[in-house]
Design a protein around this ligand. Structure first.
Ligand SMILES: *[C@@H]1O[C@H](CO)[C@@H](O)[C@H](O)[C@H]1NC(C)=O
Ligand SMILES: [Cu+2]
Length: 239
């Protein structure tokens, strides 16, 4: 490993910009998130403890799933139809989408790593308007409010789920940076719904790296719309 003053300078802006969900608010209760680094002597959390603040640079990197973290000690209860609000202590990038995903664990959290084609989006915000070189982005809302609130679909089948908050920073042309973390939630309710297979993705590699929602130059003239990678949100309702 090479580390010198130049590398330190080059790294500084990245480190300053790095996001981490530092707490979750569910039904009026605040659950601490993780603030790094694993294995730290930090309190037990509902969030997977991850090894570093570095962004993941490719959608095929296994680290993209939960920032490299492993199962958490705790979980938080949520009733279907309630919101989960993620809170960040800092975030500095204003271009790129916010995407919130769920994964239904086949059993206990201890053995639930998010393997297989079981991830689906419950919420996302890409760009509005027609100017990518703007602050009309989901991540700009996180920059301004340091929060993101998403509803757990009302008729979602109960069970153990991983919730994954993903900020995809697009401020560097053709050099996407993924910031994601996972937490453990126990969904209750009387719903029976599960997403259809066309809404289910594997993470890593929920889209090709060449997806125009991933490898994109937002400063290139003529770009007037943006579609987040990894498909549409599943609202929970089956038609
Ligand atoms: C709950 O989440 C939805 C998005 O799923 C959002 O539109 C709504 O504003 C949130 N409600 C609160 C009270 O934050
Ligand atoms: Cu950054």
């Amino acid at each position: 490993m090479r580390f010198d003053a130049l590398a330190a300078l080059a790294l500084a802006p990245l480190v300053a910009g790095h996001g981490a969900v530092t707490s979750y608010i569910i039904g009026g209760t605040t659950y601490p998130g993780y603030e790094g680094f694993s294995p730290a002597s930090s309190p037990k959390t509902i969030q997977f403890q991850w090894p570093d603040y570095n962004p993941t640079m490719t959608v095929g990197d296994p680290k993209i799933r939960c920032n490299g973290g492993t199962s958490a000690d705790l979980s938080a209860p949520v009733t279907a139809g309630q919101n989960v609000t993620a809170v960040w202590k800092q975030w500095t990038h204003a271009q790129g989408p916010v995407m919130v995903w769920l994964f239904k664990c086949p059993g206990d959290f201890g053995s639930c790593k998010g393997d297989g084609q079981g991830w689906f989006k419950i919420d996302q915000m890409g760009m509005w308007g027609n100017n990518p070189n703007s602050e009309n982005w989901g991540t700009a809302i996180v920059l301004k409010t340091l929060k993101w609130s998403s509803m757990i679909p009302t008729n979602l089948a109960p069970g153990n789920y991983l919730i994954r908050h993903e900020l995809l920073a697009l401020h560097q042309a053709n050099t996407p940076q993924f910031y994601a973390e996972c937490a453990q939630i126990v969904v209750s309710g009387s719903g029976t719904a599960a997403p259809p297979s066309d809404k289910l993705f594997s993470i890593p590699t929920y889209a090709p790296q060449t997806d125009p929602g991933i490898t994109v130059d937002i400063y290139q003239g003529g770009l007037t719309s943006y579609t987040p990678p990894g498909g549409d949100v599943w609202s929970g309702f089956q038609f």
